[in-house]
Write a protein that binds this ligand. Structure first.
Ligand code: PLP
Length: 405
């Protein structure tokens, strides 16, 4: 008799599922993989030491001082799983911070995991994923695994999610995905639009609001709608304002019955270092306002410079990324910048002339400005077919974990 996934102990199920035809094998695509997929000539993530890395919406400040101290303190206990109750403590503290109950909160090693699992849980060949275009692509990769149709809806003229069109896109929608602020544009979808979507979405669908960048903006969260028991999953991450992308901590926030639907897809033990760092980070009351201002200042200075020099930033970003319409094939601009050792973000096919810039330190952005002017001063060249990256190919040397896209 052949073994089925359900016969296996829980610990072995994931490896089994990836290795069989039961579920088409595909990675959970994080921003790092999407960003570095562009760097086909290099091994994943290995860049020159003097590179300016503004391609993955990371935070150059890294974890705050208290988080670093918490990691150092817990390190000697890292030989064991979480026997210290860090996960319980963080869950309670995080719930209290947001006026929620611990059962509304599920931590993961980054928010890419719950994003992937939510898509798998709520989409299928007969239940589509509805998302904006351009928006964060990771859910669409997961929808390919569940063989769900993906309905992409253009942003409004203000670069908000067009909630009316998204809600109307498919009466059989399984999941409606709103990223607020949006990645890659950094633009806002007003809270009242999201509340409208919650009230008017197709019966049986779930709204997924990805608040990865919410702390960088002036917009209000919709976490109160979780407390109100709505069909809503909110994602947050410690990768952005908290500067912990490499430490890995993210959270899904929802009604317990919705969170339960994610569980069959896997929930790894959390690294104790991430838990300790997250606890220290949320206890640091200065972190959010200080970092929000630091990133906003760097963003606004760069956008003012772009406008003053006749370049075309797109929309009004309130985040650590924004797009520029370069007026020429964006892949040439990316390649030109790479020659200057400035690594900028990828292309969204709907806007082939636009590049995404992540907001780095003032020094990073000064180097960006010099390189961008040099590249844009050079005559625009036509993209060569050989240089074009192809989404159907995987990057060699990454174990097939990353795609060229
Ligand atoms: N959601 C959005 C909108 C993102 O931009 C990212 C990363 O850039 C993620 C989720 C995943 O982040 P992480 O897995 O590092 O928490």
């Amino acid at each position: 008799m052949s073994e089925t996934a359900n016969d296996l102990p829980l610990v072995g199920r994931r490896a089994f599922l990836w290795g069989t035809a039961l579920v088409a094998a595909a990675p959970i695509l994080s921003e790092a993989e999407l960003a570095h997929a562009k760097l086909a000539s290099q091994s994943m993530g290995v860049l020159p030491p003097d590179a300016v890395i503004i391609n993955a919406n990371e935070n150059p400040l890294g974890p705050c001082k208290a988080a670093c101290e918490a990691i150092t303190k817990i390190l000697p206990l890292g030989g064991r799983y979480d026997r210290m109750g860090e996960l319980d403590a963080l869950t309670k503290e995080y719930a209290a911070l947001h006026g929620l109950k611990p059962e509304n909160i599920a931590f993961y090693a980054g928010s890419s995991e719950p994003l992937h699992y939510t898509t798998l849980a709520f989409t299928s060949p007969s239940k589509s994923l509805v998302m904006a275009d351009p928006s964060y692509e990771s859910a669409a990769f997961a929808a390919a695994i569940s063989k769900a149709p993906v309905r992409k809806v253009a942003l409004t003229s203000a670069y908000a999610h067009d909630v009316k069109k998204m809600v109307a896109a498919d009466p059989n929608a399984g999941l409606i995905y709103i990223v607020n602020p949006n990645n890659p544009t950094g633009t806002i979808t007003p809270r009242e639009d999201i509340l409208w979507a919650l009230e008017n979405k197709p019966a049986g669908s779930v709204l997924l609001v990805d608040e990865a960048y919410i702390h960088l903006s002036d917009e209000q969260t919709v976490l109160d709608q979780v407390a109100a028991g709505k069909d809503l999953i909110v994602l947050r991450t410690f990768s952005k304002i908290y500067g912990m992308a490499g430490i890995r901590c993210g959270v899904a926030i929802a009604r317990p019955d919705l969170l339960d639907k994610l569980m069959p897809y896997y929930q790894n033990a959390m690294p104790v270092t991430a838990l300790a760092a997250a606890r220290a980070s949320i206890a640091d009351k200065d972190l959010i306002p200080t970092r929000k201002k630091w990133i906003a200042d760097s963003r606004l200075e760069t956008i003012s410079w772009l406008k003053a020099n006749g370049y075309k930033p797109i929309g009004a970003s309130q985040s650590n990324c924004f797009m520029i319409d370069t007026g020429r094939p964006a892949q040439n601009v990316i390649a030109g910048m790479q020659k200057e050792k400035v690594y900028i973000g990828r292309i969204w096919p709907v806007w082939p002339n636009a590049v995404r810039i992540s907001v780095g330190s003032p020094d990073d952005m000064a180097k960006f400005r010099t390189a961008f002017k040099k590249v844009m001063d050079a005559p625009a060249t036509v993209a060569s077919a050989a240089g074009r990256l192809d989404s159907s190919r995987r990057i060699a040397g990454t174990g097939g974990r990353a795609f060229l896209s």
